[in-house]
Design a protein around this ligand. Structure first.
Ligand SMILES: *Cc1c(COP(=O)(O)O)cnc(C)c1O
Length: 398
């Protein structure tokens, strides 16, 4: 079955009933009841390896359907749901944190992960090195006590590309677990577990839910990683509401068509942005000039709605703020993956490379509005700041 068909047919609960709703119903529960003591014990045993009802916080039927659908999407062995994408990433770090060990985190990792490194891992005596965003310096950073690589591709804000099959091979040769944040690709544009990773993390808050009304994270493991991962998240009481699980299931039914529309519109917006003299660099993996473009073409099915610009020399952060405030259809807000367009003035947090002399940067999420309107809006906002700078907005022929 093709992915798109599976996203319509799987994760819908018991479809063998003679009369049934299309969707798996929301099952809300804290207490689960058992016929008798023996049944209770049987299910406590079963839950070690299977998704069965045993206790509300361990998930209900709605959560299980979502875990199943995401596991299939990512071609994994099992998945675990978390209240946010950040909690899912933090759990990966926490799970392998053992005093005296060393982790490698790629430079383009989702920014708030750095706080987990600074505020938690350091305290429990786990050392962390940041490798380059494309992991090209991984091998020289590996030490005898390195146990985990956590990376992200395309990277947050600048979309750096990792050659995952190559990087995973190096990591595995040294006995590391390979975990990757796959939020950008949302299980559709790229499947890390098929390209060598052991763990894929997706912030379902973004495209999986797709409507800016729910937060959730998913960790999908291969069989090897699941054996070492499954115990701690439940022991720590991580769970998600069945209502939220329902919303993410609902979002996933339309994930392929939404993502395609985001891509088509973003292509059009990028075609426009590269012609503007106010902009020095457009960060978008489909551009031939984008670092890692060849690997992207080889391994990825496409792009999403994310694109970042760097203004031309002479433009300041204040100009970038004026520009973003002058936009009428792009809202100012973090997070992304909904149907709405966003623009955020930002600085890429990086340790292994120096971006302090670059910028200013604005990151866009291209929503599902008509791209003609979005381009017109971008044009008028760019005109405003270039006019204020006394530079006529002449068209380049690039
Ligand atoms: C947003 C995001 C997260 C975190 O998701 P939340 O649910 O907001 O915590 C993790 N990784 C990436 C790449 C993200 O963009």
């Amino acid at each position: 079955m093709k992915v798109r068909t599976n996203l319509c047919h799987s994760g819908r609960g018991d479809q063998t009933q003679e009369v049934r709703p299309v969707n798996a119903p929301v099952m809300r529960a804290s207490t689960i009841l058992f016929q008798n003591y023996d049944t209770w014990q049987k299910y406590r045993e079963l839950r070690k390896d299977h998704r069965v009802l045993s206790y509300g916080a361990r998930g209900t039927a709605t959560n299980f359907e979502l875990e199943k659908l995401v596991t299939e999407l990512e071609d994994g062995y099992r998945a675990q749901l978390f209240p946010t994408g950040l909690a899912a990433l933090a759990m990966v770090l926490l799970n392998y944190a053992k005093s005296g060990t060393h982790f490698i985190v790629s430079d383009a990792i989702y920014g708030p992960v750095r706080t987990v490194v600074d505020q938690f891992l350091k305290k429990v005596d786990v050392e962390v090195s940041y490798c380059k965003a494309d992991c090209s310096d991984l091998e020289v950073l590996i030490r005898p006590n390195t146990t985990l690589l956590l990376c992200e591709s395309p990277g947050s804000i600048l979309y750096e590309i990792i050659d995952l099959p190559k990087v995973s091979k190096i990591a595995h040769d040294h006995g590391l677990i390979v975990a990757i944040d796959n939020t950008y690709s949302s299980g559709l544009l790229f499947n890390p577990l098929k390209h060598g990773a052991d763990i894929s993390v997706i912030a379902a808050t973004k495209y999986l839910s797709g409507h800016s009304d729910v937060t959730m994270g998913v960790v999908v493991c291969n069989e090897k990683a699941w054996k070492g991962f499954s115990v701690l998240p439940e022991a720590l009481g991580f769970t998600v509401s069945p209502d939220d699980a329902y919303l993410v299931l609902r979002g996933m039914r339309t994930l392929p068509i939404r993502l395609k529309e985001h891509e088509v519109s973003t292509d059009a917006v990028v075609d426009f942005l590269v012609t503007r003299p106010e902009i020095k660099t457009v960060f978008y993996p489909k551009l031939k000039t984008h670092p890692g473009h060849e690997v992207f073409k080889r391994d990825y099915q496409g792009t999403n709605g994310m694109v970042t610009i760097e203004f031309a020399d002479g433009y300041t952060k204040e100009d970038a703020i004026k520009f973003s405030d002058a936009l009428e259809l792009f809202a100012c807000g973090a997070s992304w993956g909904g149907y709405e367009s966003l623009a955020t003035v930002t600085t890429p947090p990086r340790t292994a490379s120096d971006w302090s002399k670059r910028g200013p940067f604005v990151r866009f999420h291209i929503g599902l509005e008509d791209p003609i309107d979005l381009i017109e809006d971008l044009g008028q906002a760019l005109d405003q700041i270039s006019k204020e700078k006394g530079k006529a907005p002449e068209r380049s022929t690039k």
